[in-house]
Design a protein around this ligand. Structure first.
Ligand code: NZQ
Ligand code: ZN
Length: 395
């Protein structure tokens, strides 16, 4: 295990009905909130009205910013930050999926940032100028997937330089002050996004499980716990969206998967996410759907380099017996089982199923190049275990 420090200052309020505590959560931090939402799902569900009513009753005035798109754009962040400045908002509330929460975080930092928010974002060959201040951030997730509600990351697509580059920022000031997590808000998530969320949760922990260093037995068990929990409860949430127990278990797993705890000391790296981000930037596909395709392909590639690790996954997650098999065969069987699981809940598992048309080798080289524009080591490879050259990404 590596030496590590751990810090996560987000206060978590969790459980069905927690939305009622939003005003109490916001009150210590501000009097005028920028309430950031997506394309309207929270208006349809009634969550928006409930939030506004309770904030107003508590004397917090609300400025609405709506229309954050999935795979949110930097130009949207800039527009919202201008509104927050003009209205002198003193707290930012993100109520929605990961796209809305990520946008809210970068808005909150942009308001107090000197320079263009683009400079905060990670790009290969440039040192990001991290934000050192931000307005207080409150997250209210409505979709269980990213874990953004309780972490310090945000994923944003740069769209104002004539190309689309999906990248990220991680900074201490982006930890939300409070995450108000009410699984009832997720009962309206459609089947496909529920399944994509399940895939995202699993991928957050498999990235560490397979790319991390050896000698992290407790973190491995945490990761396996997350996976086994969503393997059990995810399909129930997909089958019956109103199953609040299933929604609750999946949402708790989504938080645990990426609030930092599972990853401590493992040298966490996320090459599958980096490759997927290129796909969702270029084609606007849902992040979790892209992950289902990329993660499986990556696992089949990477298993050759670390078969023991993948064999352990097959045994601990799918209960496959090792008798009479070498590690690589067992590993591949485990990955096949994982693919069956993803298909059973309705995830695409092949590039051809993402609706992005015919795919040529040339295009694949293009994707690999885009990915390496965000992150690469001194030898031009995408960091991971193994580090990936351009040809490896294509494969
Ligand atoms: O926009 P609305 O109308 O709200 O509809 C959304 C959107 O169409 C809908 N939705 C959300 N909650 C709903 C609902 N529909 C019905 N009922 C509800 N309760 O779902 C659609 C997808 O929303 P989105 O926020 O894009 O999904 P998700 O939560 O999966 O977030 C994906 C974004 O997060 C980034 C991804 O790259 C992507 O941009 N990530 C952020 C991370 C982080 N901050 O730590 C880590 C992740 O790995 C990920 O990269
Ligand atoms: Zn993810």
């Amino acid at each position: 295990m590596m030496k590590f420090g751990f810090y996560n200052p987000t206060r978590l309020i969790f459980g069905a009905g927690s939305l009622a505590q939003l005003e109490k959560a916001v009150r210590p931090y501000g009097k005028k909130a920028l309430l950031v939402i997506g394309g309207g799902s929270v208006k349809k569900s009634g969550a928006f009205d409930q939030a506004v009513a309770s904030l107003k009753a508590a004397g917090v005035s609300v400025v609405e910013f709506s229309g954050v798109e999935p795979n949110p754009r930097l130009s949207t962040v800039v527009r919202a930050a201008e509104l927050a400045k003009k209205e002198a908002c003193d707290v930012v509330i993100g109520m929605g999926g990961g796209s809305v929460m990520d946008t809210s975080k970068v808005i909150a930092a942009s308001v107090l940032y000197e320079g263009h928010p683009r400079d905060m974002l990670v790009r290969a060959g440039k040192v990001p100028r991290l934000p050192e201040r931000a307005l207080p951030i409150i997250t209210v997730p409505t979709l269980a997937a990213t874990g953004s509600e309780m972490n310090n990351g945000a994923v944003i697509t740069i769209d104002d330089e004539g190309e689309k580059l999906k990248t990220f920022v991680k900074a201490e000031v982006l930890y939300p002050r409070v995450a108000v997590v009410d699984p009832e808000l997720t009962v309206t998530v459609p089947k496909n996004h529920t399944a994509f969320g399940v895939c995202d949760i699993i991928t957050h922990v498999t990235e560490g499980y397979f790319n991390g260093i050896d000698g992290t037995p407790l973190q491995d068990r945490f990761a396996e716990g997350v996976i086994l929990t969503v393997l059990e409860w995810g399909p129930k949430a997909v089958r019956d969206g109103s199953d609040l127990e299933a929604r609750t278990q999946v949402q708790w797993a989504s938080i645990v998967a990426l609030n930092g705890w599972v990853q401590v000391g493992t040298n966490y790296i996320a090459p599958v996410h980096m490759i997927e981000h290129t796909l969702s930037a270029l084609y606007d596909i849902p992040h979790g759907a892209g992950l289902a395709v990329v993660n499986l392909a990556w696992m089949r590639f990477a298993a050759r380099f670390r078969p023991d690790r993948f064999a352990k996954f097959a045994q601990h997650i799918f209960g496959l017996a090792a008798t009479g098999k070498d590690d690589l065969s067992l590993a591949m069987e485990g990955i096949d089982r994982f693919e069956e699981f993803l298909r059973s809940i309705g995830c695409p598992t092949r590039l051809s199923e993402l609706g992005i048309g015919e795919i040529t080798k040339e295009m694949l080289f293009g994707y690999a190049e885009e990915t390496l524009k965000v992150l690469r080591d001194e030898e031009g490879r995408l960091p991971g275990r193994p580090p990936l050259r351009k040809e490896d990404i294509v494969e």
